[in-house]
Design a protein around this ligand. Structure first.
Ligand code: ISL
Length: 536
């Protein structure tokens, strides 16, 4: 029975692949990736077997936050190409069956956006109210205690001498927050959405979308907020109204355009509210798994929290292990293990095995997975020497250029004297796309096999998910759709674990994270950091 699969919107069935355009592929040899570079490698992504790309910002930008400071929402920064290059990319992607979503940055603009330049020109300017301005307190201090995301010692406010007021910025001072209470802001930002929908994009990843509503009173934050800067909370009802307006706009277009929102709240219950009642975000990132260590208990908790928060709303989960803002999961797991006393020899052996098992976990949970570029090569974060660090948020390591081959410039065609904007990740001479594509046992092929298995197995895509009791340090779950079932077992420990009690000895092994061609029935014992998918 295939009807439920065909009926479900594409974004529930899809595996997304996040492209960070500065670091994916470079067609013009300036050491920074570009749209033509992405286009030249679309066939590699189709070969891998992902369904859709999310491309991080490529809009005009002074690059204070590497594109998340936008100075023109409706144009391509010359560093990345032009609108024609974007159109060509989308046309080729669609020909290959790949969908394309792009980043939308609605919370803030660049301070060089013409709107802010005008807003800062005088208190009476036409765009003054498009941003959040406040008078100083009596002692001259900022209006409240909010701190900026990348420097928790600095206020989220910058004093603008010429006009004598503070302006709000959740991030860098070069990223002033838009004031969505001003109707003209909402309508101008909706126009930017229409602009790209009309150009044929399949949807958007919306940056810190929960920021578009803010409490008018701008109250002080409580002293302790878990893991995030205080002003990132912004959990107010008006945001949901605005999301409903955005949703209506998207749903009025044909072909199921999607919006996946970055709701940077550490509570899955809170994130769930941003799906509304199937009338706000189609999808929302859920970040606790992005910070979860490689521990079965923590993962069981994340899975349970997502089910409890999302299922009653009929909301569809998302799963993310890595992105451009955080250390890659392989690096995170290795660091945590080293802190816990794992020795180097064991760590080296387990590192790759953990990355492989995590891939199988990511791609078999119920929900839409997002693969961060390079995770399919098992990349580690680059070691970026101090004199090459560029990001104000300290996130350079996970943004290292993608190594395409084993040549000295790893396929980046940089002329003599030009270096890539960041150094390559460790071991790129052998850990690169070309080398791993030539090796059937590589992690790249494991991703490809798992993606192929997903496509061939509707239960893994849309099936219900039931957790099965399993020994300590392991997770076991069954996926089921219309009578088709398969079972996923994951071992989070560095030793063998006997799972015979699950009664699956002899079952057909559809996939094993450490073995390209598992033959015969399952033994009932999970190897160290091994994940397997069994039929039935
Ligand atoms: O990067 C972080 C931690 O190092 C996060 O707190 C991050 O700031 C948060 O996820 C919001 O991220 C998004 O908006 C930022 C931009 O710098 C990030 O790259 C983007 O993903 C501001 O636009």
């Amino acid at each position: 029975m295939t009807a439920p699969v065909d009926d479900a919107p594409w974004w529930q069935r899809a595996v997304f692949y996040q492209v960070y355009p500065r670091s994916f592929a470079d067609a013009d040899g300036d050491g920074v990736g570009d749209l033509a570079g992405i286009r030249a490698h679309l066939a590699d992504l189709a070969w891998l077997g992902v369904d859709a790309l999310w491309i991080s910002p490529f809009f005009r930008s002074p690059m204070a936050d590497f594109g998340y400071d936008v100075s023109d929402y409706c144009d391509v920064d010359p560093l990345f190409g032009d609108l024609a290059a974007f159109d060509a990319l989308v046309a080729d992607a669609h020909r290959l069956g790949l969908r394309v979503i792009i980043d939308w940055v609605p919370n803030h603009t660049s301070d060089r956006h013409p709107w802010f330049v005008d807003a800062a020109s005088s208190r009476d300017s036409a765009h003054r109210d498009w941003y959040v301005w406040r008078d100083p307190e009596q002692d001259g201090s900022p209006p409240n205690n909010w701190v900026a995301a990348f420097d928790l010692d600095a206020p989220a406010w910058t004093f603008h001498e010429p006009t004598g007021q503070w302006y709000l910025h959740m991030f860098e001072s070069a990223q002033p927050d838009l004031n969505w209470d001003e109707p003209a802001v909402e309508s101008a930002m909706l126009d930017t959405v229409r602009f790209w929908l009309d150009r044929g994009v399949d949807g958007f990843r919306a940056d810190v979308i929960h920021g578009i509503g803010k409490d008018h009173a701008l109250p002080d934050d409580p002293p302790e907020v878990e893991g995030i800067p205080h002003c990132a909370l912004n959990d107010v009802p008006v945001t949901h109204e605005r999301l409903r307006t955005i949703r209506t706009l998207l749903d009025d277009y044909p072909d199921d355009r999607v919006m996946v929102g970055e709701v940077f709240l550490m509570s899955t219950d809170a994130v769930a509210t941003y799906y509304g009642h199937d009338d706000e975000l189609h999808l929302a990132f859920n970040f606790p798994p992005l910070f979860a260590p490689w521990l079965a208990g923590r993962w069981a908790g994340c899975i349970d929290a997502a089910r409890r928060a999302l299922d009653p709303r009929g909301a569809w989960p998302t799963w993310v292990l890595s992105n451009h803002d955080n250390a890659r999961h392989r690096t995170r797991y290795d660091r945590a293990a080293a802190r816990a006393g794992e020795d180097t020899a064991t760590g080296t052996r387990r590192s790759e095995a953990r990355a492989r098992a995590a891939a199988v976990l990511l791609l078999t949970l119920r929900g839409t997975p997002f693969v961060y570029q390079g995770d399919e090569l098992g990349l580690l974060d680059a070691d970026v020497p101090e004199d090459r660090r560029v990001d104000p948020g300290g996130r350079d390591g996970c943004r290292a250029p993608y190594p395409w081959d084993g040549s000295p410039d790893h396929g980046w065609a940089t002329p003599d004297g030009v270096t890539t904007w960041l150094p390559f990740p460790p071991g790129a001479d052998s850990r690169n796309h070309e080398a791993l594509a030539a090796e059937p046992g590589s992690i790249l092929h494991l991703y490809r096999r798992t993606l192929a298995l997903r496509r061939a197995t509707p239960a893994l895509v849309l099936g219900a998910m039931e957790m099965l009791g399993s020994p300590d340090d392991t997770l076991a779950y069954r996926r089921e759709l219309a009578g088709d079932t398969c079972t996923v077992l994951v071992n989070f420990s560095g030793g063998d674990v006997d799972v015979t009690a699950l009664g699956r000895v002899g079952a057909e092994v559809l996939l094993a994270s450490d073995d390209p061609a598992p033959a015969g029935g399952w033994s009932g014992v999970l190897g160290p950091d091994q994940a397997v998918v069994l039929r039935g």
